[in-house]
Design a protein around this ligand. Structure first.
Ligand code: NAD
Length: 439
């Protein structure tokens, strides 16, 4: 007779296994769509009724997922959405893509993983495979999910059900590397778990990279994001040092980047943003603190990166000062609120810190972002300026925080009184230009 594992593997290979994706956000919706395109019937479960209703209507709330693709999959019965976790009763394969933010104290907020696990535990049944995708500290899958999904139900992991971690690597806004073709690392609690999860994911994704444990997969994600965070911290400090030395950091970086090996280009900026790079490494340092170890590189890079918005404000202050003006009473226009170019994601964006600090110093701040028409900032609603040309002309200083490609930088330069360019968006136009202060 077939074992549970053999039966499940057959269902996965035949794509008759019923898939559930918990969390229909930046990670979950693209993944649900990829599984549905591969032929699985996929149910997205999310407590956010607005997102569920959007998907049900055949629309997408995620920039990287086209609405017509959602509409086609919904019409074909391949993609469903619900707020009702009872849908897990019928699920064979569950992928968990819930948020992992930080608390105000800077400690990991595991409440979403805990609540998703509690919901799964209610409907846990033999012959299920569960894959956690949310970025978290090493040990989460084994310490938090395993007892609630297995031990409490008398289910043996690797035999009755299968549990693995597979970090999401999606880079929102990116066209060349997407959910479907970015290699996917998967590590199971047991070898059988790795095998089942890898077989499931390889039905839909181009390359699956099995590793020996859930902890290796969890740590691999943290290495990737910590690598970025530290290199951004390094290049931000380079900008600070070049400023003291009177050397053009952008030219230095371009020169160094001509080395064909052993160097990877990173660029300075107004600070870190997004749901990953500013947050994930702090999950690792938090875990290590509990083991009496200080993750020094992470703490140092975090300190440098966190101070960048303050440094940008000193640049605005200096630029205005050169024109006999103070920040207090000046009109400052911030261009770009999203945390990186050409996307609509405001999470952890340094633009919010820059605006807050400018306001604290008495500036009247407005912003423009083609992707973010409204934002909630320091307890009030702000609306992106509608007449950009007029706002540029009226501002005492224009601060380029996010270098969206749709901006006409030569025109901005021509029409503005003063520009602080935190991204070198003006390129050579800004170099040695008395109107432009670069980072
Ligand atoms: N956004 C990225 O670029 C990115 C990249 C790689 C990894 N990640 C990681 O993936 C995870 C998800 O990130 P995201 O950007 O998709 O977040 P998101 O906020 O866009 O989406 C998460 C969704 O989960 C839902 N949710 C909350 N609690 C839930 C529960 N108990 N059950 C089901 N759904 C629930 C929320 O309503 C939300 O729609 C995080 O751990 C993040 O660090 C994100």
């Amino acid at each position: 007779m077939d074992t549970i594992q053999e039966k499940l593997l057959t269902q996965l290979k035949q794509r008759t296994a019923r898939v559930a994706v918990l969390g229909l956000g930046y990670v979950g919706l693209p993944l649900a769509v990829v599984f549905a395109e591969a032929g699985f019937v996929v149910t997205g479960i999310d407590p956010d009724k607005r997102k569920v209703d959007t998907v049900r209507k055949g629309e997408s709330h995620i920039q990287d997922v086209p609405s017509d693709q959602v509409a086609r999959l919904v019409a074909a019965g391949k993609l469903k959405a619900t707020t009702d976790f009872a849908a897990l009763r019928d699920a064979d394969a569950v992928s968990v893509c819930v948020p992992t933010p930080l608390r105000k104290t800077g400690d990991p907020d595991l409440s979403f993983i805990l609540s998703a696990t509690d919901e799964m535990a209610k409907y846990m049944h033999p012959s299920m495979v569960v894959v956690l995708e949310s970025t978290t500290y090493p040990g989460t899958t084994r310490e938090i999910l395993l007892p609630k999904l297995g031990d409490e139900h008398g289910l043996t992991v690797g035999k009755d059900f299968f549990l693995a971690f597979s970090p999401e690597r999606v880079d929102p806004g990116r066209q060349d590397w997407t959910t479907i073709n970015t290699p996917k690392v998967i590590g199971g609690i047991t070898g059988a778990c790795s095998e089942v999860a890898a077989v499931w994911y390889s039905q839909a994704l181009k390359t699956v990279v099995p590793v020996s444990s859930a902890e290796v997969a969890e740590m691999a994600k943290l290495l990737e994001n910590t690598f970025r965070m530290i290199n951004i911290g390094l290049v931000n400090e380079m900008a600070l040092m070049c400023d003291r030395l009177g050397v053009d950091v952008w030219e230095v970086i371009d020169a160094a980047a001509t080395k064909p090996f052993g160097y990877m280009k990173f660029t300075p900026g107004p600070g870190l943003g997004g749901h990953c790079i500013p947050i994930d490494p702090l999950y690792l340092s938090w875990k290590l603190r509990s083991l009496h170890y200080t993750a020094r590189f992470i703490e140092l890079a975090s300190e440098i990166n966190t101070n960048m918005p303050r440094y940008v404000v000193t640049k605005v202050q200096d630029a205005l000062n050169n024109q006999q003006k103070s920040i207090k009473g000046s009109h400052v226009l911030v261009l770009g609120a999203a945390y990186k170019p050409d996307i609509d994601d405001l999470r952890e964006s340094p633009a919010l810190d820059v605006m807050g600090l400018l306001e604290q110093k008495g500036a009247t701040v407005a912003y423009h972002d083609p992707y973010i028409p409204h934002l909630h900032h320091e307890g009030r609603e702000m609306t992106s300026v509608t007449d950009l040309d007029k706002a540029i002309k009226d501002a005492d200083c224009v601060v380029i925080v996010t270098n969206h490609s749709s901006y006409d930088y030569p025109a901005i330069l021509k029409e503005s009184k003063l520009v602080v360019d935190t991204r070198n968006a003006m390129g050579l136009l800004g170099k040695n230009n008395p109107k432009v202060t670069r980072l």
